[in-house]
Design a binder for this molecule. Structure first.
Ligand code: SF4
Ligand code: SF4
Length: 279
């Protein structure tokens, strides 16, 4: 059976908020029973875009993480909800029943992702429905995937076996897997969110030039984790490192004394300007 899966690429999202606004356009003021009552004008973020800065000037990156309901296959919201107030469709979508869930604000606390919102006026808990009403009409996109200008959000209607193959070939992973909820929303390039980089600006002291090609290598307990070469501005960055781990960082270029330092960064680290001296 084809099921609903959403893939979000952190490397492609640039925080334009088109997806957020499309969600508002679809659900604010519109009832889609039996899947949702109207979303209120303010206060809800059914597609919540999180933002994180990495590094320090002048080597800074920003990562965006759009987060809808994960439509988990093992959803705590459904397990803890009163009988029938939350249900799962055959295609994987998890739905809060807009009638049975009335008067149950505690539902908001049952989602470990914070994806459930309380509608004070309607006295009902609400969240992303995965555009279930559109999927029922044969849509092959959600509103958010349809409007994303960079292709950062993609809907896959696929069997679980097909999706496992896509996940393996594209290196997809769940957000916060430690929650154990088996999300149907998977992320690409999620390392930008939960891993860190070490970077530097490298130059040659004797000639006052950028050290293009200088190699920054990172080792952990004597084992090399990776290396990267400086660009023509002398900037070098090695990504996908673990936060809170002790690393030995070496910056080297032929004919120059290597620069060596030991770091234990909790966040992405820009070492700053490193001027290599003649050997
Ligand atoms: S529409 Fe696409 S690029 Fe824009 S914020 Fe949403 S996911 Fe990011
Ligand atoms: S993300 Fe939260 S609201 Fe959505 S299915 Fe999982 S537990 Fe339920």
């Amino acid at each position: 059976m084809k099921k609903w899966n959403l893939v979000i690429d952190c490397a492609l999202c640039h925080d334009c908020n088109n997806c957020f606004l499309a969600d508002k356009d679809e659900f604010v003021g519109n009832d889609f029973f039996p899947y949702s009552g109207a979303q209120p004008w303010t206060g809800h973020r059914w597609l919540n875009i999180h933002r994180k800065e990495r590094g320090r000037y002048p080597i800074v990156q920003v990562c965006y993480l759009p987060e809808p309901c994960m439509h988990c296959d093992d959803p705590p919201c459904m397990k803890k909800a009163p009988e029938g107030a939350v249900f799962k469709r055959g295609d994987g979508l998890v739905i809060i029943d807009p009638v049975k869930a009335k008067g149950h604000p505690e539902l908001v606390d049952f989602c470990p992702y914070g994806a459930i919102w309380w509608n004070e006026e309607a006295q009902v808990a609400q969240k992303c429905t995965g555009c279930a009403h559109l999927i029922d009409e044969g849509w092959t996109e959600t509103r958010c995937s349809q409007v994303c200008p960079t292709g950062a959000i993609k809907l896959h209607m696929a069997s679980d076996i097909e999706m496992a193959g896509i996940a393996a070939s594209e290196g997809l992973e769940p957000y916060k897997p430690e929650l154990g909820t088996r999300p149907r929303v998977l992320y690409k390039n999620l390392y930008k969110w939960h891993k860190i980089f070490v970077a530097a600006s490298v130059g040659y002291k004797d000639v006052d030039e950028c050290a293009e090609g200088a190699l920054l290598s990172v080792s952990r307990k004597g084992v090399k984790e990776g290396e990267a070469a400086a660009n023509n501005y002398g900037e070098v960055l090695l990504d996908k490192l673990e936060p809170g781990v002790e690393y030995e960082v070496t910056i080297a270029a032929a004919g120059y004394k290597p620069y060596v330092t030991v770091v234990r960064p909790d966040e992405s680290l820009n070492i700053g300007l490193v001027l290599l001296e003649k050997a």
